[in-house]
Design a protein around this ligand. Sequence first.
Ligand code: 5GP
Length: 208
Amino acid sequence: MSQPGRGRLVVISAPSGAGKTTLVRELLGREPSLRFSISYTTRPPRATEMDGEDYFFVDERQFERMRSRNEFLESARVFDHWYGTGRAHVDSLLTEGFSVLMEIDWQGAQQIRGSDPHAMGIFILPPSKRELERRLRGRGTDPEPVIARRLADAVDDMSHWREFDYVVVNDDVDAAADRLVRILRGSGEEFATDDAATAARVERMLAA
Ligand code: 5GP
């Protein structure tokens, strides 16, 4: 049973290239009762990232210590690095009544589903494979094998969409944020992964 007054976990996953980060930022701006869970990672920060804002950047030893103390709600190795959600921070936000948005990969989403049946899972898809490829190619400065690996990883990630409660296509940030708000407010049935029309549309997109 979920406790009254306690917030809910909202898990958002997407392949890279789906435009998830911009969408999540938009959603957080629209939903004041929703707070972002800042993950821990062993990945080095990118030029624009701030410690304690985008991630808590830690080394492998710190991460391993936290793992051995059971301080993560979930954790997974994604690409070449470790990522994990700190249990204490999420728990205090939930107790305060906030819903907590976790932007994590499908492996972490599986762990959350196993430990919290009330968690809501949403999968974000790009509008098409072609658009995904265009986004992953970026400025065109990466070598072809790097792009090929990114694409293969993204296709592999997308195969997990059915494990989520809802699926949202990010064709336009504003429209996709509207869909997410509807889902969070309990009126997004048409985006449910068990909705036959939605499932057929997603299958068609993935097969194209
Ligand atoms: P990036 O390094 O590009 O920020 O993220 C790479 C992948 O790691 C993304 O799929 C992102 O959702 C995932 N990720 C970020 N934080 C966490 C986390 O705390 N746990 C898990 N399982 N995955 C995460």
